[in-house]
Design a protein around this ligand. Structure first.
Ligand SMILES: [Zn+2]
Ligand SMILES: [Zn+2]
Length: 154
């Protein structure tokens, strides 16, 4: 591992160095383990936002790892992935992101109000929507100098 930068900006392909500021999209589904999405600047993220047609999203500031940290982290990643994403009834993303909704209550609500069953693969999707809404609301709360998310942030 002799490369002298951490990753490349997915928009302009400029190098993002170690131990430096970079940005991520606040839409959690944009950043995948297999295809991480990082931006060198807010303006690159802005291009991504218009390509992806995000109606409401933000760029969150992060700090890239130092070279030592990154090398160590890479060493811990297993080289061979045994899990394959096959066509199954369960979406592979189910195991990646935590489900934030109360499954039984959600299913009961949908059933009672519409008579429909709810497939398990909507749960990560709904959780993403919740995550995104919370992140946006958090930005608003922070801008107003608060430490608590409130109803008016949504
Ligand atoms: Zn860039
Ligand atoms: Zn995005």
């Amino acid at each position: 591992m002799d490369q002298n930068f951490w990753r490349k900006c997915i928009v302009c392909k400029n190098q993002i160095k170690y131990s430096t500021k970079y940005y991520k999209c606040s839409v959690s589904s944009c950043d995948k383990k297999r295809a991480p999405a990082q931006f060198c600047s807010v303006s690159c993220w802005d291009i991504h936002r218009s390509i992806m047609n995000h109606k409401s999203a933000g760029a969150d500031e992060y700090h890239s790892p130092s070279k030592e940290e990154w090398v160590r982290e890479q060493a811990n990643v297993p080289k061979v992935r045994i899990i394959k994403a096959e066509k199954s009834s369960v979406s592979p993303s189910v195991s990646h992101d935590e489900i934030l909704v109360v499954v039984s209550k959600l299913k009961a609500f949908v059933k009672e109000t519409t008579g429909l069953n709810t497939s398990n693969d909507v749960l990560p999707q709904l959780s993403d929507i919740l995550r995104e809404a919370c992140l946006l609301a958090a930005q608003k709360a922070k801008r107003e100098g608060r430490k608590t998310l409130m109803r008016k942030d949504f």
